[in-house]
Design a protein around this ligand. Structure first.
Ligand SMILES: C[S@@+](CC[C@H](N)C(=O)[O-])C[C@H]1O[C@@H](n2cnc3c(N)ncnc32)[C@H](O)[C@@H]1O
Length: 277
């Protein structure tokens, strides 16, 4: 804990003293009286600040170091990413809903290493662009990106075109519909929008958004498992969230032939691959 019990006691004592002096000072209507009471209040506050000084410095140092470490890591990952992938126009911001730069680097590394012929992505965005740039460098492969939001699908298509990657990418609008699975009714990408896909070498799980339902992304593996190629890998973003941790635990139980490697990234990453026989 950053504030010690002593800091809190001191702050409480100071507040009580300021209150008492303020009430006491109400009786002084003359300038010297008001000056005296203001001086007393100032003195109490000064003593309190000095008393809490160590705690304040500790708190400032803790938060600034933590923030600095995160910014430094993001910057480093962004530099690494743009040395692996050179975008024709700037990438969209890699914050909020988008993947973080460290996930982008893992995605780029896996694509350059495994040379997938078919990448299927759940949730379009900057990850679509990174994957396409890697496939362009490799000179083979294509991406199908499923997007539940029609407006976002349009924006993603525009972004893909702005980067000149439309020959490698298909952004499919796949609305969320009720999907029965394991005795539960899920809300998931319409299976009719991906029934034609097979031999998927890389499945990127980054949608639908968590707000859709509890364990929103669980149906991905049950619905795509039969569509994976024999050496396929699955990349899961946001793996440190409680829902995704539970999803990965259930997937592991259900598909023991898959091994899960957890990678410590800003939002948590899991890389699933088939264990060697
Ligand atoms: C985690 S995001 C997918 C991010 C994507 N893989 C990327 O790298 O940018 C999952 C879904 O959230 C939606 N989304 C993206 N940005 C959003 C925003 N700023 N506000 C609300 N929804 C958003 C999109 O429909 C997207 O498919």
């Amino acid at each position: 804990m950053l504030l010690t019990k002593r800091d809190i006691q001191l702050a409480a004592l100071a507040s009580a003293s300021v209150l008492t002096v303020s009430v006491w000072s109400l009786q002084f209507q003359t300038p010297p009286g008001l000056l005296l009471s203001s001086g007393v209040i100032f003195l109490i506050l000064l003593i309190t600040i000095l008393g809490c000084y160590r705690g304040l410095i500790r708190a400032i140092r803790f938060y600034s170091e933590k923030e600095f470490a995160v910014d430094h890591k993001r910057l480093e990952e962004l530099i690494l990413l743009t040395s692996a992938v050179t975008p024709a126009v700037p990438f969209p911001p890699m914050r909020g809903f988008a993947i973080s730069p460290d996930f982008g680097n893992i995605l780029a590394r896996e694509i350059m290493h495994r040379k997938p012929r078919l990448v299927v992505e759940l949730g379009s965005g900057v990850s679509t662009l990174i994957s396409a740039y890697c496939l362009r460098r490799l000179g083979a492969g294509r991406i199908v990106s499923l997007e539940h939001d029609a407006n976002y699908a349009r924006a993603s298509r525009e972004s893909v075109a702005a980067h000149g990657l439309q020959d490698l990418v298909t952004v499919r609008h796949a609305p969320l519909v009720p999907v029965p699975l394991n005795g539960r009714r899920w809300t998931y990408y319409d299976p009719a929008c991906f029934q034609d896909l097979s031999n998927i070498d890389l499945l990127v799980v980054d949608g639908p958004p968590a707000s859709v339902q509890e364990m929103a992304r669980f149906p991905a593996l049950p619905l795509f498992f039969e569509k994976l190629s024999p050496g396929a890998v699955i990349l899961v973003d946001d793996a440190s969230r409680p829902d995704e941790s539970e999803m990965l635990r259930l997937w592991q139980e259900r598909y023991p032939q898959l091994s899960i490697q957890r990678i410590a990234t800003e939002k948590g990453t899991a890389l699933l691959s088939f264990q060697a026989a």
